[in-house]
Ligand binder design. Structure first.
Ligand SMILES: Nc1nc2c(ncn2[C@@H]2O[C@H](COP(=O)(O)OP(=O)(O)OP(=O)(O)O)[C@@H](O)[C@H]2O)c(=O)[nH]1
Ligand SMILES: [Mg+2]
Length: 288
């Protein structure tokens, strides 16, 4: 995982694991904890706050503090898929560490070896969007720093490595709300019933749908430009390091609806397109 503070990384992990279980059921398999530590960490830190207490999670502590739980990877066994035993290893990071990387980046070096890095972009961190939504959804308490800086820090950490990069527009439920604001542009964009970003086919089939993925990629690229994140898009298209990184744009909402204070919406959790980035990597690594 990667991204600024409060972009929705940890909540996404909590929800992704549940969604993966549904995906695996389609493939006649299940998701199991591969070791006791994963069971303990996933249950205590991710699952219970969200699915039992129906609340949110505290910010992930910096990897250089004693309380950091993300130094140990979450390892899930997916069973035998396409003839081989498969494991999915997920590593959370603290947005704090990506905004201001520690002098010794050893705890973050795993990023260079990842099959894919999921880079979260929070639309609620864009002042224009926050202003437009202020009367429609409760304001979010914490806001992260500049995503462009974090992307630069990520590139420094991975050095010469070229892991795939999923650039994910998170909290997409907030983007969906833009169809109700008094702004002709946003209203028409977000009510375009043909748009891939308004439907979620991620659990319709076990395969990654390439056509749907490409369409969504182009749509999210345009949305990022409209969200004043054009520089972020350009720095991926034309990397200053000179090495091209394979990237794809995604849109997800872990919660499906903005939280109310410190609790999830009373209607519950309704994930949107959370599986897409995972299906993309799993298909490229031959697991699905
Ligand atoms: N509307 C909406 N808000 C969300 C969603 N996911 C997360 N949030 C909000 O974003 C806040 C931060 O989410 P986290 O998952 O803890 O963020 P993080 O990226 O892990 O943050 P750090 O651990 O500090 O790096 C939550 O407390 C929610 O208020 C979502 O799907 N929809
Ligand atoms: Mg976190």
């Amino acid at each position: 995982m990667n991204g600024s503070r409060a972009t929705g990384k940890s909540l996404y992990i909590a929800v992704l694991v549940k969604q993966l279980d549904q995906l695996m059921a389609k493939m006649n398999s299940t998701v199991e904890f591969a070791d006791p530590r994963t069971r303990e960490n996933y249950t205590d830190i991710y699952e219970k706050p969200l699915y039992e207490s129906r609340g949110l999670m505290p910010p992930t502590p910096s990897a250089i503090t004693d309380s950091s739980y993300q130094r140990e990877p979450l390892i899930f066994s997916l069973g035998i898929l396409n003839g081989a035993r498969r494991f999915l290893v997920i590593r959370d990071v603290a947005g704090e560490d990506m905004e201001r990387p520690p002098a010794d980046t050893t705890p973050l070096q795993f990023l260079a070896n990842a099959d894919a890095v999921f880079f979260m972009f929070d639309p609620m961190a864009v002042p224009e969007i926050r202003a437009k939504l202020q009367d429609l959804i409760p304001t979010q308490r914490q806001l992260g720093g500049d995503p462009h800086t974090v992307l630069g820090n990520l590139m420094n950490i991975i050095g010469a490595a070229t892991p795939r990069l999923a650039v994910i527009l998170s909290k997409f439920d907030a983007m969906h709300e833009l169809r109700n604001v008094e702004d002709v542009d946003w209203q028409s964009i977000m009510s375009n019933s043909g748009a891939a970003f308004l439907r979620d086919p991620s659990l319709e089939s076990a395969e990654y749908q390439q056509d749907d993925g490409e369409l969504l990629h182009e749509e999210v690229r345009s949305l990022l430009h409209k969200l004043n994140a054009g520089r972020l898009v350009l720095s991926l298209e034309n990397p200053h390091s000179g090495k091209a990184i394979p990237y794809r744009f995604f849109a997800v909402s872990a919660l499906g609806e903005a939280p109310r204070g410190e609790s999830v919406h009373p209607r519950g959790i309704a994930p949107f397109r959370c599986l897409d980035p995972a299906k993309w990597v799993l298909s490229l690594t031959g697991a699905i």
